[in-house]
Design a protein around this ligand. Sequence first.
Ligand SMILES: Nc1ncnc2c1ncn2[C@@H]1O[C@H](COP(=O)(O)OP(=O)(O)OP(=O)(O)O)[C@@H](O)[C@H]1O
Length: 521
Amino acid sequence: MAGAADAGADTSSAPAIELRGISKAFGPVRANRDISLVVQRGTIHGIVGENGAGKSTLMSILYGFYKADAGEILIGGRPVQIGDSQDAIRAGIGMVFQHFKLVEPFTVLENVILGTEDGALLKPSLAKARGTLRQLAADYELEVDPDARIEDLGVGMRQRVEILKALYRQADILILDEPTGVLTPAEADHLFRILENLKSQGKTIILITHKLREIMAATDTVSVMRRGEMTATLRTASTNPAELAELMVGRKVLLRIDKSPARPGRTVLEIEKLCVTDAQGIARLSDVSLSVRAGEILGLAGVAGNGQSHLLEVLGGMRPATGHVRIDGKELDLSGPGCDGRSRRAVGIAHVPEDRQREGLIMPFHAWEDSVFGYHTDPALQSAPGLMDNARIRSHAEDQMARFDVRPPNPDLAAQSFSGGNQQKLVLAREIERNPDLLLVGQPTRGVDIGAIEFIHRRILELRDAGKAVLLVSVELDEILGLSDRIAVMCGGRIMGERLTSETDETELGLMMAGMKGKAA
Ligand SMILES: Nc1ncnc2c1ncn2[C@@H]1O[C@H](COP(=O)(O)OP(=O)(O)OP(=O)(O)O)[C@@H](O)[C@H]1O
């Protein structure tokens, strides 16, 4: 085939990438419509757009995962056919995915060279690869132990391995799809330093993100997608978050969270001396005590991996623990037969898990089926004992999707066909609409666009104002500060301290997150 490595004059003044008239439909969904885009060499080019706007589809076309129905791709001024990812790699394109594609039991070095042994690329000896890796690490601040196993690395390190993989394949153009969604603030800062570094050495970077502050801080140019179309390309220096938000959503968006003071009532959730030790014998939660009252949002701040997830899992019935948890004074079973999701739902706890794809949805199921996932044994959803009333559930799901602005609002699509942000709305809709006494909500707006963030925050606040208790876990400090009435900070599986939101700030919380105890912070 006319591969990506076609001969031809590559003039250094030509844009790194030029897309002309790209269109792509999935059945009736026109994910990309006549898209044209120019990305200049040696720049960081941001792409923003609502969930489902078509960003990932466009990048998947560029990387050879999907074939465009129409349109042309030019790399360095030359037309290329990108039939698969090997063509994309040959054209100098590297991609860092939202969900990493690494082989867990393999080492960093093995992952980096995997797939390069044959084909057009040189047969590397491990020693040579090690040398190259060391050089890349030194050039771009990408230090990783080449002999570490992927399964032993945190997400920040794994992402570095993905970037190294692309650079090892001599990528000149790097596409990052929501790279900071899973990173701690410090890891995100480090990533942006790496990107700056890559740019200063002539690499071209496409950055897809929902976080406008990242766009403002890191990019030279920003393009806006809306409902499958490329609607604007602007110099970052001459725009601002409010303008970008409006271009994305088509209306003014409230970038600040507007809320009235809480009116806390009775204590709904009481946690006393909760401890969790994992299979390796490591303490994940140590003596955690907390309470949440009706009509208030308790935010749990902390760097990812410091026990917040374990706490949510214990409360959601997904993990055993020792200690005491009471809901409205009633003791929950923390390790016996009553320690499961169903028993928790029965006492009025709803749970939006952090990992929506693994724990919140059954991906191949239809949206209407997922709309009752976990609640399907509810007699109100059955036409006869043990028989689900599918027609009713489907029509109920349709209403729910309309209310939560899930796009497309089609309950017959499989959960996996929705974009990430819309999957999140499916889970939130299901859990919030049960009107629980206690909502456990983990990373409610991860991967969600700003219009939807505003919407989700409003729904959570409405639940609070209706007198419900909310326990919010988020790695976004802005979100914790904006939504919570009280904030507890976790570090190393312990509660470092609690503050009223009105009496603390980012600096103090940051210190507590880093392990500084209450007063010292
Ligand atoms: N494999 C597929 N089959 C059917 N529809 C799809 C498929 N992939 C994407 N779509 C649809 O195409 C549209 C664009 O999706 P895409 O994932 O490109 O959006 P996005 O802008 O990347 O969204 P997000 O910010 O939520 O990741 C959406 O309506 C989505 O549901």
